[in-house]
Design a protein around this ligand. Structure first.
Ligand code: SAM
Ligand code: SF4
Length: 454
């Protein structure tokens, strides 16, 4: 029997929020002093022209969703908020002390965990604290992730007053059976209420996160979820493939069995049908898993070839320097990556010792920088070219023959010194990137590291 494309290409693979991907970082060659030097170099090269981005990880959630792959700490004790904010501000101050002048902030993203776990007053304390040592860029974009079950009108108003214009709400799926399995009971009217408030207050980009491939999720659940979603007309949609990675410590992916998950072609059908429904309602596919209406900056930025991808996923604009503050956050100076301690206790104790809370990282080699550009091109524009000598590398010929099989399967077309992903190939863009991933090619993982590509 002939294998379907999904059966053939559904293998464990990275989501390419970075290149090299985290398991391939050369931690032994990384020292915090090198990280600081690369940070200052990048700051000098880019602060005045494009500004910098900040990602702030706010890890607390009141209740555990059993599908969640994010770094989080479950607690109902809200007294954890204040010390955490003081720690993040201390970390920020340590970075600002390294810079030769005041940073200009182009983007802030509050992610989690659940940023709306924090009170509006504490979020104000955080943002005002950041701007004690920084300036806003002329055109800035501030965004946050809101949990529909605990985002209040006061949260939305306070963050709007502080300059936030973009919010994304975690929705996942509206079916009761699915919500029970993932331990996240979240009725439609909660999402409708927060989306309505956000629009009324003046947010210009409202996003919803949906997931396909959740336990017990059927095609009619996906259709119903998208029907409900389109009635609220969010500007952007993430339609993520459920990443099943139960082997990651602290993940809490439990409460259902592997057999309860839709697989291979069945899972792909959820995506294909969802995508069709989104297209008929004016949503354009932007990069991997993302859709936007034409009025949204993500759409314009995709059209203009300015879309960028980093540890936060896709962003409408690129800054060379992104600093990740808070537990487990990853920073990117373009020349180096650095990741913070993954537990709150370790994060605090590093800061108490007046050290940057970085525990590992990677210094990019000249080869990494070239491959990184190809992977970014593919993930953000579905095409890449090696016409320019700076985009060439010795293994190109070997890669070419790997790509030929994908061409024969109709996933891509060769251009003069480049490739373009076909419509049919878009769901397989992670596999196409893997053909360029020299570190993965040279050393295949010995244990399970990545979720399945489909
Ligand atoms: C930090 S959460 C969003 C904010 C808030 N905590 C909430 O749940 O509404 C970020 C998003 O990541 C996505 N996500 C989390 N775990 C995932 C997984 N295992 N597979 C795919 N997407 C996942 C979900 O769509 C979720 O809304
Ligand atoms: S999905 Fe959101 S609320 Fe649920 S555990 Fe993950 S971060 Fe927390």
């Amino acid at each position: 029997m002939q294998l379907s494309l999904v059966q053939k290409y559904n293998v464990p693979g990275p989501r390419y929020t970075s290149y090299p991907t985290v398991p391939y970082w050369e931690e032994d060659l990384f020292h915090v002093e090198d990280w600081k030097a690369s940070l200052v170099r990048s700051f000098k090269e880019s602060n005045a022209t494009e500004g910098i981005s900040l990602y702030i990880h706010l890890p607390f959630c009141e209740s555990l969703c059993t599908f969640c792959g994010c770094n989080k700490r479950i607690t109902k004790r809200h007294e954890v908020e204040h010390p955490y904010i003081l720690a993040v501000l201390k970390e920020w101050r340590m970075y600002c002390d390294l810079f030769p002048r005041k940073p200009i902030i182009k983007e802030i993203h509050l992610g989690g965990g659940t940023p709306t776990f924090f009170s509006p007053e504490n979020l104000e304390l955080l943002i005002n604290g950041i701007f004690q040592y920084a300036e806003k860029a002329t055109a800035y974009e501030f965004s946050f992730e809101g949990h529909p079950n605990n985002t209040t009108r006061q949260h939305l108003q306070k963050l709007y007053d502080l300059g936030f214009r973009r919010v994304s709400f975690g929705v996942q799926d509206y079916a009761e059976k699915v919500q029970q399995a993932i331990h996240r009971i979240q009725p439609f009217h909660n999402v409708a209420k927060v989306s309505f408030w956000a629009k009324e207050i003046g947010y210009t980009s409202i996003g919803h996160d949906l997931i396909f491939g959740l336990p017990f999720q059927t095609l009619s659940n996906v259709k119903d979820t998208i029907d409900k979603t389109k009635s609220l007309l969010p500007d952007r949609l993430a339609f993520y493939s459920y990443a099943h990675v139960p082997w990651i410590k602290g993940n809490g992916q439990r409460g259902f069995n592997d057999e309860d998950l839709p697989k291979d072609d069945e899972k792909r059908q959820l995506y294909e049908e969802g995508k069709k429904m989104l297209a008929t309602n004016g949503y354009h596919e932007i990069g991997m898993d993302h859709f936007a209406l034409e009025n949204d900056t993500m759409f314009t930025s995709f059209k203009e070839g300015k879309l960028h991808r980093n540890f936060m996923g896709y962003t409408a604009s690129k800054t060379q320097l992104m600093i990740g503050l808070g537990v487990s956050s990853i920073s990117d100076s373009w020349y180096s990556f650095a990741q913070n301690e993954k537990t709150i206790e370790d994060y605090y104790s590093r800061l108490e010792a007046n050290q940057l809370p970085v525990f590992r990282g990677h210094l990019l080699t000249p080869e990494d920088l070239v491959i990184r550009k190809h992977i970014l091109n593919l993930m953000c524009q579905f095409t890449t070219s090696w016409n320019d000598v700076s985009m060439q590398f010795p293994e190109l010929e070997a890669i070419h023959s790997n790509l030929e099989e994908m061409e024969a399967d109709g996933l891509l077309k060769f251009l003069d010194h480049g490739i373009i992903v076909t419509e049919k190939g878009k769901p397989f863009v992670r596999n196409i990137c893997m053909a360029f991933d020299l570190r993965l090619i040279r050393k295949a993982p010995e244990t399970k590291l990545f979720s399945m590509t489909i």
